[in-house]
Design a protein. Structure first.
Length: 333
């Protein structure tokens, strides 16, 4: 218990952690303030005009939706009704008058995208704090001094990791509640709440929950990478190298050699699939065989959240396993 209290004190006392917390609050504050300044409560006239435009758009969408399903308005199949994609994207019921309001923050329409922004910033915070928390101790000799007091390497490293994850999770929960609550308040006073139903709240809760787990995994990856490299900069270098060499350079090379589904080999695809529940991607034309009796073929394929969880969790456990194994036999002098 003394070790846990000591680690909590070390974590909260670190100036870098305090600086990152200030930057996190600043980023969220700017986002909220920008949204507040750019929104207003719509007048009755604006709402009527938006509803008229939405009704006109629904009439067009009905035709596109029927063609996508391969039926006409009477339900009779049509031979040329084909669409490369998900017909649900064309469902006229998805069109709402609030989509045509300008300068109005609509909570149920815009908060999903803002939630992804929240998760991205929390992931950045967790990665940097996780890497610096262990990296600073390894480079400054703090870890050596700590092991002189408690000469149990696995216990010390495990306590550090546990304290870090609990601290980041607690902060993320509080930040998420404050962030979403602020936007809900904006919708009430200078926008529109929309029509959030039980499905909306379920989807939003699922996105936030998956996002918080992603934050923990990214934090653990930063911690593990810095432990393996014995320095905070090692984690930053690995992250930068992966992004430049593989996510950018790898895509270019795979495009040149005509790899059919390069997105399946990118970690970012599984991150999006995990947080969003699903990601739809498109293969190269050479990977598609036209459907019988038509000149069209469906180039799309999906990665679902279970695949994203398996890949991300597997990578996290592999990195942590390597970090603990290396730390167990490493000379820290």
């Amino acid at each position: 218990m003394n070790l846990v209290r000591a680690e909590i004190g070390r974590l909260t006392a670190r100036r870098f952690v305090q600086l990152m917390l200030v930057l996190l609050v600043t980023a969220f504050g700017i986002t909220v303030a920008t949204t507040l300044a750019g929104s207003h409560q719509p007048t009755d006239f604006e709402i009527r005009v938006a509803e008229a435009r939405a009704e006109h758009q629904r009439a067009d969408a009905m035709r596109w939706y029927a063609d996508c399903l391969g039926t006409d308005r009477t339900g009779t199949p049509t031979p040329d009704g084909r669409y490369q994609g998900d017909c649900a994207d064309l469902d006229p019921n998805r069109i709402d008058g609030s989509d045509f309001l300008t300068g109005v923050f609509v909570f149920d329409r815009q908060i999903p995208a803002l939630t992804y922004f929240l998760i991205a910033f929390l992931c950045l915070f967790g990665f940097l704090v996780g890497a610096s928390y262990i990296g600073a101790d390894l480079t400054s000799g703090g870890m050596t001094n700590l092991l002189l007091w408690r000469p149990q390497r696995m216990v010390v490293l495990g306590t550090k990791l546990g304290t870090l994850l609990v601290g980041v999770l607690g902060l993320s929960v509080v930040a998420s509640a404050g962030y979403l609550g602020a936007f809900r308040l904006i919708a009430e006073v200078r926008g529109l709440p929309g029509s959030p139903d039980s499905e909306f709240w379920t989807d939003l809760a699922g996105t936030v929950s998956r996002g918080l787990l992603l934050v923990l995994m990214v934090t653990a990856l930063g911690f593990a990478t810095a432990t393996l490299g014995r320095h905070t900069s090692a984690a930053l270098g690995v992250a930068a190298a992966y992004g430049v060499v593989w996510e950018v350079g790898g895509r270019i090379v795979m495009g040149i050699v005509d790899v059919a589904r390069p997105d399946q080999l990118m970690l970012s695809s599984y991150v999006v699939a995990w947080v969003g529940g699903e990601i739809r991607l498109w293969a190269l034309a050479g990977d598609c065989a036209p459907a019988a009796g038509s000149g069209y073929c469906d180039l799309s394929y999906s990665i679902l959240w279970p695949a994203g969880l398996v890949v991300l969790l597997g990578l996290t456990l592999l990195a942590l396993g390597g970090a603990f194994a290396a730390f167990h036999r490493r000379d820290l002098a």
